[in-house]
Design a binder for this molecule. Structure first.
Ligand code: CA
Length: 222
């Protein structure tokens, strides 16, 4: 049986080799490239289940590469490798449509665990339907009455969390846990900014539900 397919985008040859060998030993089918340009050329052909992107690439910023892939309809989960462990980089990574990150230097076992989690999440998210909305985990979109609006993976997970308890207040802490990887530091206004974007996107649907603010608690789909 073939293992999950991973595309590694990393310009450091030593690191690329270590990652490639390590992930093959863990049962992954590995394809490696060293630039953003090659990644864009190869991604459709490889059809990966998960993508590892180094943020510091020679020809582009890995976050821009991720956004370019998302814009081309690639919804594959992305794990960023970053040498810079700064908060601002983590947040920017998620804004760019990434799903998780590890900071260099990292232990191979950590990369393996995170990739396996991303593959599992990608494979088991079933379509969710509630209050007239349909969430599609493959396209990360929300639709109602035939109108479809694309979401980022984080927006998708936040809306899915709200949809899991329509009409009930969902605490801010629970939304952050749903939307961001374990241990990520998410500022208060980052969650608010995501909710504001979700509200705008929902308004593109016909007779959409509203995301109400429950002061001091969190948000509620109503
Ligand atoms: Ca690099």
């Amino acid at each position: 049986m073939l293992g999950p397919r991973v595309l590694i985008v990393e310009d450091d040859a030593d690191l690329r080799g270590v990652l490639g060998r390590g992930l093959r030993e863990e049962g992954f089918e590995v394809e490696t490239v060293s630039t953003g340009h090659e990644a864009l050329e190869r991604v459709d052909h490889v059809g990966p289940d998960v993508i590892v992107i180094d943020i510091g690439l020679p020809d582009t910023d890995g976050r821009d590469l991720c956004q370019a892939m998302r814009a081309r309809g690639v919804q594959t989960p992305v794990l960023f490798l970053t040498a810079r462990d700064a908060l601002v980089d983590r947040i920017a990574g998620f804004d760019a449509g990434g799903d998780d990150y590890v900071a260099k230097p990292f232990a191979l076992v950590e990369v393996v665990a995170r990739l396996q989690a991303l593959v599992r999440r990608g494979g088991t998210e079933a379509a969710v339907e509630a209050v007239g909305l349909r969430l599609d985990p493959v396209t990360h979109s929300v639709s109602a009455s035939g109108v479809e609006v694309p979401l980022t993976p984080t927006e998708f997970r936040l809306l899915a969390r709200l949809l899991s308890r329509p009409g009930e207040a969902v605490r801010r802490r629970d939304l952050v846990r749903a939307g961001w990887p374990h241990g990520a530091i998410v500022r208060e206004n980052t969650l608010d900014a995501y909710v504001a974007r979700l509200r705008r996107k929902l308004r593109e649907l016909e007779a959409p539900p509203e995301i109400g603010t429950v002061h001091g608690v969190g948000y509620r789909l109503q």
